[in-house]
Each structure stands twice: as structure tokens, then as C-alpha cells.
Design a protein around this ligand. Structure first.
Ligand code: ZN
Length: 311
């Protein structure tokens, strides 16, 4: 038993926000605006599973951080307000879920002023809708670079939770040499630890085996990996310190999404979503236990206190 906790978070986005459909260098549509100019079918596959998510968290008596794409506020009336009313922390998951760096080159897709303006707009929209101060960020698609943290800090965010060190992929501009599974203070313009600032990075966990580091932070891994593996990976990470886990309400969506972009290029991407993912999540939350679950802000606050004491 340890006092370490899993910071639980929920990324609130719909099926058309994923990088294969909009907002990335390999998207079917340039932008969410472009998608809505051409799309005439039903778009909302998010509302129902978000309400089921809220019920599930209530049943486990846990409070989480919801990283929300800001354009959800206008297109899903009342949804974001409901999340805040239920007492959850509101974080930011971009204005339209655009990846800020290119998937292949890791070079910026926006100028720094343009990125800054989008962040400010997203933060304002979420704060106006919920009355909460929004201080946490998760990079859309998990594509994150050191310079992005500097801009986040400039516009008033105090933490980010996007970095995943593992043996399967690296979506950052860094080798992540010093990064583990516990929250840390990054250096300026870097994702590497041992910085001297108040900004905190809350990375995603991996399961360390003799041959590889397997990502167990959630998202697609909630759908792809068996529960015992996720559970074991989380308990291993908890021995090292606080860690994190996340999922999407659309991981729990029971209907098939329209066959656009991702469905054609990545036919297995949404495999295992729906009831199976929901019951796996339910069991996993029981495995962790509500006493060992906190919000991202709570984990970040503990990190900052430790950092101040260590100086
Ligand atoms: Zn996302």
C-alpha cells in the first residue's frame, strides 16, 4: 500500500476530432470548420457516452479532470456545464483539437502567436461556460513539444498532461530520457525534467517489462490491452509515485461511427470500443480503488509542494 494516487482524466472530444478526420497533417478535412461545411449527417456521438461517464464516476464516487475541446461548448449545449456542475475539474484539450506539431517531422504547425491566440480563446470559452479557472492542458493527439509548454505557461496554464514515454511510439520532439511515470517539473523549452519553474508535466504510465515499456495510460490502450495488464501496469507505476490514467467518453460509445478518414485508413482503430470498454473501465476503477484516485490538479499540487521542499 502506498499513498500514491492515479490522476484520472477524461478527454471530451467527438469522433470527427480525431487526427485522421480533422486537425492534423494527415487528416481527411483541414479543420473542424471544413468538416462542418461539408458534413450533412449526424455528428453527435459524444453526448450519450459522456452522461454514462458521469454516472460511472458517480457510482465509483470519484472526481476526475475533464480535458475538453473548447468547440464542444457551442455544439453540445449544456454538456460542458453539466460536467462542471457535477464537481469535476475542467481542463483544456485545444480549441478544435488541432495537433500543434506535424506527426512526422515534429515541426510546429502554427506560429507561436497563432498557437498562443488559440490557447487563449479555448481557455476563455471553457472558463466562461463553467465559471472555473482552467489551468490544465492536454495536447490533442498527444503531440507535444517543449516550446508548447512555454506558451502554455505564458497564457496562464500551470500544468500539462500529454507526455508518454514508452517503447511503441514517441509523439514528441524529445528523447524523453529523464521522463518516467510520475509528475515532474520540465526544463524551459524542453520536456526533460529537473526544471526550475512552477509548471508541472503529468506524464502517462508505462508497464516496464524486460524487453519493453508498454504504454498503459489509457485512451486507445483502454480498448486494445486486457484489463489485467492495465491494472498491473498501473500498480507498478503507483510504486514509483503518483501517476495518471485517461479515457474518452467516445471509447464507451455503443454505435458505429461514420466511415470517414480514420475508418478507412485505420480500420481497427475503434475496435473494442463500447460495452466492452465500459465494463473494462468499470473493473479497472474498482481495481485502483476510489481512495487511490485523484484529479490532475491534486497530483500537480502535491508535485509542486515536493519541489518547493526539495529546493
Ligand atoms: Zn484528444
Amino acid at each position: 500500500m502506498t499513498d500514491n494516487e492515479v490522476a484520472l482524466s477524461v478527454d471530451v472530444e467527438d469522433w470527427y476530432h480525431v487526427p485522421a478526420v480533422t486537425g492534423s497533417s494527415f487528416a481527411k478535412y483541414d479543420s473542424v470548420d471544413h468538416f462542418f461545411r461539408s458534413w450533412e449527417g449526424r455528428y453527435d456521438y459524444l453526448t450519450k457516452p459522456t452522461y454514462r461517464t458521469l454516472e460511472l464516476l458517480d457510482a465509483h464516487d470519484v472526481t476526475a479532470t475533464f480535458f475538453i475541446v473548447a468547440d464542444v461548448v457551442d455544439r453540445y449545449p449544456g454538456l460542458v456545464e453539466e460536467i462542471a456542475t457535477r464537481g469535476h475539474e475542467i481542463g483544456c484539450h485545444g480549441l478544435h483539437h488541432e495537433c500543434a506539431i506535424d506527426a512526422d517531422t515534429k515541426q510546429p504547425r502554427f506560429s507561436r502567436p497563432a498557437y498562443r491566440d488559440r490557447l487563449l480563446e479555448a481557455k476563455r470559452v471553457l472558463e466562461d461556460a463553467t465559471g472555473q479557472s482552467v489551468t490544465g492542458f492536454r495536447a490533442p493527439g498527444g503531440y507535444v513539444a517543449g516550446w508548447m509548454l512555454d506558451v502554455l505557461e505564458e497564457v496562464g496554464f500551470t500544468y500539462d498532461s500529454s507526455v508518454s514515454k514508452n517503447s511503441l511510439y514517441n509523439k514528441t520532439d524529445s528523447e524523453l530520457q529523464g521522463v518516467g511515470t510520475t509528475p515532474y517539473v520540465p526544463q524551459t523549452t524542453s520536456l526533460e525534467p529537473h526544471g526550475e519553474r512552477t509548471f508541472v508535466e503529468l506524464p502517462w504510465p508505462y508497464l516496464e517489462t524486460r524487453v519493453a515499456k508498454i504504454p498503459v495510460g489509457g485512451g486507445p490502450m483502454l480498448r486494445f490491452l486486457p484489463r489485467p495488464l492495465l491494472s498491473y501496469g498501473l500498480s507498478q507505476a503507483l510504486k514509483r509515485g503518483d501517476t495518471s490514467f485517461y479515457f474518452h467518453p467516445i471509447d464507451l460509445a455503443r454505435e458505429s461511427f461514420p466511415a470517414v478518414g480514420n475508418a478507412k485508413k485505420r480500420p481497427f482503430y475503434w475496435t473494442n470500443k463500447g460495452r466492452g470498454a465500459e465494463s473494462k473501465l468499470d473493473s479497472l476503477l474498482s481495481d485502483i480503488g476510489s481512495n487511490s484516485i485523484c484529479t490532475c490538479e491534486e497530483a500537480v499540487r502535491k508535485t509542486r509542494q515536493r519541489h518547493v521542499h526539495a529546493r
